[in-house]
Ligand binder design. Structure first.
Ligand SMILES: *Cc1c(COP(=O)(O)O)cnc(C)c1O
Length: 387
């Protein structure tokens, strides 16, 4: 039977050659190819620095550490995200809280962020770090978030795992014009892949130096950062607790080759999104809303079932689409409703917009290699199921 996943990578002959080329060099682990990949991503986004790591989860972790998030501090993010955007706060022993989403974009609502900040200022529980997540590839309202960051003095880390190649106003996502750091994921289901992988981009040199160190055990070879005088050319010092979060040159080789095609990837996704949006009019569905000042990277194409107009439940629609071979999915189960987060004190009803959205959402297949014929089959199937 036919099976169309909701997302998948595209590996070209050039990608394969690029990986094989690295295998023939002296470096397998982090070496010159990682450095080239970092330069390429930074340049593409218009940021000064980039630090590549083994996943976006690791990238979020060291970004929080570079922001000096620790016990007694608070991190706020969106409930409509993958658990990693919140877990990074817990890794640092900080408290995690959420800001409910906007009804149209499904991103963290900047209005609710402003309200919550003004309320928590009175309680004395302001966040040290806020992580806006560019859901499905569409940027959050970064101008407002940056203004609030200046007023309330928190660090902004963009979780742009869905959004490399997208843009906001006049800048590419990752330019860090409105944030301190931006994180991308290179998991195979995302826009560009390295197998597993992630990166932090920033314009701040102080953060860059810390990120480099945290990626590799907290070790420095820079004499200016050392506590003691050098013992000789072999000498290094561990001055804080870091990790082995390094990306390999093998992965970076794939990343460089994939980055050469990023604009092609994004253009194709945009075309497919427009095609869906034209073809799915007039059904009991809410289609993705796009802000004028944003170009989404279209990681996901989410439709919402309009329960008042549709006789079938979301679950029924989902199962009937799966029966037709569509690898539909749901993004996301609100993080605060996960058992682990409930145990921390969250409960159903805390973030009602994200919860309501979750009850209705279905992600339909969206990836570079999706053929026109497959897309027509998907559209036909949705029409039949919703009839
Ligand atoms: C995929 C994803 C991550 C985690 O990425 P990994 O590279 O798999 O660690 C984090 N946040 C969001 C929003 C994601 O979609």
């Amino acid at each position: 039977m036919r099976h169309i996943p909701y997302g998948r990578q595209d590996i070209s002959e050039e990608d394969i050659e690029a990986v094989v080329d690295v295998l023939k060099t002296d470096w397998l682990t982090q070496g010159p190819t990682v450095e080239r990949f970092e330069q390429m991503v930074a340049e593409y986004c218009g940021a000064k620095y980039a630090v590549a790591v083994n996943s976006a989860t690791s990238a979020l972790h060291i970004a929080c550490m570079a922001a000096e998030l620790q016990s007694g501090d608070c991190l706020w993010t969106s409930p409509n995200t993958f658990v990693a955007s919140a877990n990074c706060g817990l890794y640092c022993d900080a408290d995690v809280d959420f800001v409910d989403i906007d009804e149209k974009t499904y991103n963290m609502s900047s209005t609710k962020l402003a309200e919550k900040l003004s309320h928590e200022r009175i309680e004395g529980r302001l966040p040290k770090v806020v992580i806006p997540v560019h859901f499905a590839g569409q940027s959050c309202d970064m101008v407002t978030i940056a203004a609030l960051a200046a007023e309330y003095d928190f660090t902004v880390i963009e979780d742009a795992s869905h959004a490399i190649g997208g843009s906001y106003r006049d800048s590419k996502i990752g330019s860090c014009r409105y944030s301190d750091m931006t994180v991308f994921s290179f998991h195979p289901v995302k826009i560009v892949t390295t197998g597993e992988g992630g990166i932090v981009v920033t314009n701040r040199q102080d953060l860059y130096v810390k990120l480099l160190r945290l990626r590799s055990h907290g070790i420095t070879r820079n004499s200016e950062d050392m506590m003691n005088d050098t013992h000789g050319p072999w000498y290094y010092e561990q001055i804080e607790l870091g990790f082995n979060y390094r990306m390999t040159d093998i992965q970076a080789g794939l990343g460089i080759s994939q980055m050469k095609r990023i604009d092609e990837f994004i253009n194709k996704r945009e075309e497919k999104a427009e095609y869906y949006t034209r073809a799915l009019q007039g059904l009991p569905l809410t289609l993705p809303y796009q802000n004028d000042d944003i170009h989404s990277a279209w990681h996901l194409y989410v439709v919402k079932i309009n329960n008042e107009l549709c006789s079938k439940s979301r679950r029924q629609v989902f199962e009937e689409l799966r029966d037709r071979g569509l690898g539909v999915n749901v993004h996301y189960i609100p993080v605060h409703t996960q058992p682990y987060y409930r145990q921390l004190g969250f409960s159903h009803g805390d973030f009602p917009v994200a919860e309501q959205y979750y009850e209705q959402a279905i992600s339909i297949p969206m990836f570079y290699r999706l053929t026109n014929e497959e897309q027509d089959y998907i559209i036909q199937s949705i029409k039949e199921v919703l009839k």
